[in-house]
Design a protein around this ligand. Structure first.
Ligand SMILES: [Zn+2]
Length: 141
């Protein structure tokens, strides 16, 4: 981590404070190009927009996938006030961003809030392979 990284992390922390001041969970993120130019900034808006997916990391990953070609996306760094959750990590992976730098780790965040209940949904499968594979076969080749 460089002094430049710390500067952008501090901006992510400012965005987190802005999210909280605006009535949302306290998380913020920004996307920075290889030359140190800020490409986009986001705050968590999951409460004010009544959208459980409105995490700043996910919003930036969607923006990058829409607005940047793969090479440009790979050259960016996301700075975020907290380590991305599983949902956002999946979106970041799919968006092709090259690097993520976070301030609070998931474990550190866990020490600052009540324990969440363990995941309660049940997954069942696989099933109906011969039917389910039909729309997929040949798509990726
Ligand atoms: Zn998230």
């Amino acid at each position: 981590m460089t002094p430049g990284d710390e500067k952008f992390l501090r901006r992510a922390i400012e965005l987190a404070a802005e999210a909280r001041a605006g009535g949302n969970p306290p998380f913020g993120s920004l996307l920075v190009g290889p030359g140190g130019d800020v490409l986009a900034e986001e705050r968590n808006t999951s409460l004010t927009e009544a959208d459980i997916t409105a995490h700043p990391e996910l919003k930036l990953a969607r923006w990058a996938a829409r607005e940047l070609d793969p090479a440009a996306a790979a050259g960016t760094t996301m700075y975020t006030s907290c380590q991305p959750c599983g949902m956002c990590a999946g979106a970041i992976e799919r968006s092709g961003l090259g690097r993520v730098v976070f301030a609070l780790s998931t474990d550190q965040l866990g020490g600052l809030k009540p324990q969440a209940a363990p995941s309660s949904f049940r997954q069942e499968g696989p099933a109906l392979f011969d039917e389910a594979r039909v729309p997929v076969e040949g798509y990726y080749l």
